[in-house]
Design a protein around this ligand. Sequence first.
Ligand code: SF4
Length: 246
Amino acid sequence: MKMKKRAPAMKAKRQKASKAGRKKVAKRKPVRMLATDPKRVAAILEKLEEAYPDAKCELRHENAFQLLVATILSAQCTDKRVNQVIQELFKKYPSPEAFAYANPSELENDIRPTGFFRNKTKSIIGASKGVVERFGGQVPRSMEEILTLPGVARKTGNVVLGTAYGISSGVVVDTHVQRLSNRLDLTHNEDPKKIEQDLMALLPQEKWILFSHQLIWHGRRVCAARKPNCAVCNLEPLCSSRDKTI
Ligand code: SF4
């Protein structure tokens, strides 16, 4: 008698478990493969070259030091806003010494429109002091040295070394490079350091500097975060992103 009572209960339990299992399987997203075939990577580079042969950094600067300051200011801010602010800023602070020994509250006020102005002031004064006191007034030319400046991480280091000095120290990974390299299946990482490692392994070193400028331009002009304009994108045949709008 006991067995007869238990059997339907066990059957129901098994059915419930198998339903839950099916639900789990149905919810699981299909695994996307990295598309790292060298021919495909070369085709992406070719398309970017076609679309943006003259891509370059859009932060206005006349030397490596000004680019360092502009890049620090560009965190969480548009290049357009930074370019407006630095127009007056570089007149008021014409040298690394002027920034290094600036009045912090005055500098905070001068850069306020770029946001996060307190932290940015600390970084600019700290980095400028480093340039003046440890590197003879010149922004250093190696990643190892540039990373010793306060407020300077790999992204800023890559921007300055690549754009101001033409040194291929790595790949700039900003929000556009992060999004687009994922959409193009060149990486499936979210952490900028890991993305940079993936891209450095995939791309020829002589393309590192231009590739990030081109991807940033493409992100700004065509492959926007919310509504990528896939209808006009020349990379469309090479892209299998879930975010595609066609
Ligand atoms: S096809 Fe669409 S999602 Fe893919 S890279 Fe082009 S704009 Fe971006």
